[in-house]
Design a protein around this ligand. Sequence first.
Ligand code: IMP
Ligand code: MG
Length: 178
Amino acid sequence: MSQPPYVIDQMISAKSIAARIEELSAEIETEFADTDKLVVVGLLRGSFVFIADLVRELDLPVEVDFLEASSYGDAMESSREVRIYKDIRGQIEGRDVLVVEDIIDTGHTLSHVHEFLMTKHPARLKSIALLDKPSRREVDYKADWLGFEIPDEFVVGYGIDYAQRNRNLPYIGKVRFT
Ligand code: IMP
Ligand code: MG
């Protein structure tokens, strides 16, 4: 499927993202200071860059796992029907878990994933998203930590794609059709 021509305008620099991750990881370390192991679960594929930077800032005993849920396909609109494509590999019963998401839009994905992981009976289940578009929310879901609040713009970069492209941009940019 081909996309109409577009350019990408920088919205959040790589430097600002790094600074924010330092702040967030300090808060996460405080919250989980007493943990014997924190299972950090990244939602594929969009969170792969964020989770890589986040875990390297966390001075905690960490295990990394991944889960793939999707509601999007290649369109710009959520289908609102969330499916789990790939479950985590590890056991999280009685464990501390941090779910890492790239962006919260309607809220359907994270609220579904949260309910799904709760059925595995973790000790503590917290969530973090790098970006949040509160004006688009359809489901009342509140992440425990948020990187940046952004307006209703379609963004790419730092792991986030438009039809699988632009994940490798080091910054967050908004898509502008030309
Ligand atoms: P939600 O279920 O509507 O909250 O959707 C969250 C998911 O939609 C995110 O994990 C992203 O994969 C995708 N998404 C939401 N907004 C954007 C965007 O601006 N650019 C790229 N993907 C997005
Ligand atoms: Mg996603």
